[in-house]
Design a protein around this ligand. Structure first.
Ligand SMILES: Cc1cc2nc3c(=O)[nH]c(=O)nc-3n(C[C@H](O)[C@H](O)[C@H](O)COP(=O)(O)OP(=O)(O)OC[C@H]3O[C@@H](n4cnc5c(N)ncnc54)[C@H](O)[C@@H]3O)c2cc1C
Ligand code: FES
Length: 294
């Protein structure tokens, strides 16, 4: 095992402590901006109605929130703005069912409920001084975005930063308005890819795992952080292992349907782990200990 690999242990597990604020009580938040990212993804920028709570709101990159549409339901989303940029909290929502369809009807000025922050986070302290490779597919770019921007805001703490971001087509690429800034930056290596040729597309064409193998990033002193649809993750993990990344050097996030979000209801467990408090961030080494997850 390399030095980089052996130095990783799980980040602290935030848990609801009896006697603290009611973890089921959502905070009212106002939508200040809605961005249509793709045909089925919208981004919402929110501020807590309680200005003091907004000023004091503390979260870590990778933590999630439960967004509620009153009278409809609640669903889990990663806070994809970084903690270094606190003028609003950003969530990107892919339409999947009832709650997400209701969220897609929101307009600026509307009010939602938010229970956050929940879950663990990327162990960014232990990633300091290392080369960081981000590999995101589709909506999987959301959890990566928070850590990616956090690291850009603390650029000197990290070595080489690379981003490989892929989607089916240019129209399926979220955050398209930010991509030119990322590809132009000289202090990061940003590779964009789509599955099939498309008119006017000036970047790579190819599936993420194939493009990754072509990039051939060195595993020494490196960490890979990857998120995306299950099929992409499966082949990306295989590609990373081919490139000799050890399972302690690879991090991903798990999506398990949640209810309480605070380790009480038992809805989200995989083996002995609760995704809502032990996750959603796991190293591949941790995932390999879980029953049948990958
Ligand atoms: C830790 C975590 C972070 C997440 N972050 C994001 C994010 O940033 N952006 C985003 O768009 N989505 C994210 N999700 C997924 C999101 O929570 C679900 O898409 C949402 O709960 C669906 O709610 P719904 O009521 O619209 O769908 P439902 O009507 O409940 O279900 C519609 C379909 O989606 C499936 N589904 C529901 N929940 C999940 C789930 N958790 N994982 C996989 N399939 C599911 C159902 O099986 C069903 O087929 C995250 C989930 C977790 C657990
Ligand atoms: S969602 Fe209730 S224990 Fe995880």
């Amino acid at each position: 095992m390399s030095d980089a690999a052996s130095s990783f242990v799980a980040p602290p597990r935030p848990r609801f402590e009896a006697g603290t604020a009611n973890p089921y009580l959502p905070m009212p938040a106002t939508v200040i901006e809605v961005i249509r990212e793709t045909h089925n993804i919208k981004t919402f920028r929110l501020v807590l109605q309680d200005e003091k709570a907004m000023r004091e709101f503390h979260f870590e990159p990778g933590q999630v929130g439960q967004l509620s549409m009153f009278g409809v339901g609640e669903a889990t989303f990663v806070i994809n703005s970084p903690p270094t940029r606190k003028e609003y909290l950003q969530f990107s929502v892919m339409k999947a069912g009832e709650a997400t369809a209701a969220l897609h009807t929101l307009a600026p000025g509307d009010v939602v409920g938010l229970r956050a922050p929940l879950g663990n986070f990327f162990p960014y302290e232990r990633m300091k001084g290392k080369d960081i490779l981000f590999i995101g597919g589709g909506i999987g770019m959301a959890p990566l975005r928070t850590l990616f921007l956090f690291m850009l805001d603390n650029r000197n703490d990290y070595g080489k930063i690379s981003l490989l971001y892929g989607a089916r087509s240019p129209q399926d690429m979220a955050y398209s308005y930010e991509l030119p800034e990322w590809t132009d930056r000289k202090d990061i290596d940003c590779v964009l890819t789509i599955d099939r040729e498309a008119e006017g597309w000036g970047y790579r064409v190819g599936l993420i795992p194939d493009v990754l193998l072509g990039m051939a990033p060195a595993p020494d002193n490196s960490v890979a952080v990857t998120c995306g649809p299950p099929i992409m993750i499966k082949f990306t993990l295989q590609a990373l292992e081919k490139l000799k990344f050890s399972s302690n050097q690879i991090f991903t996030t798990l999506e398990r349907r949640m209810k309480c979000g605070v380790g009480i209801c038992g809805r989200c467990n995989i083996g002995g782990k609760y995704v809502c408090v032990d996750g959603p961030v796991f190293s591949l080494a941790e995932l390999k200990e879980l029953p049948d997850e990958l």
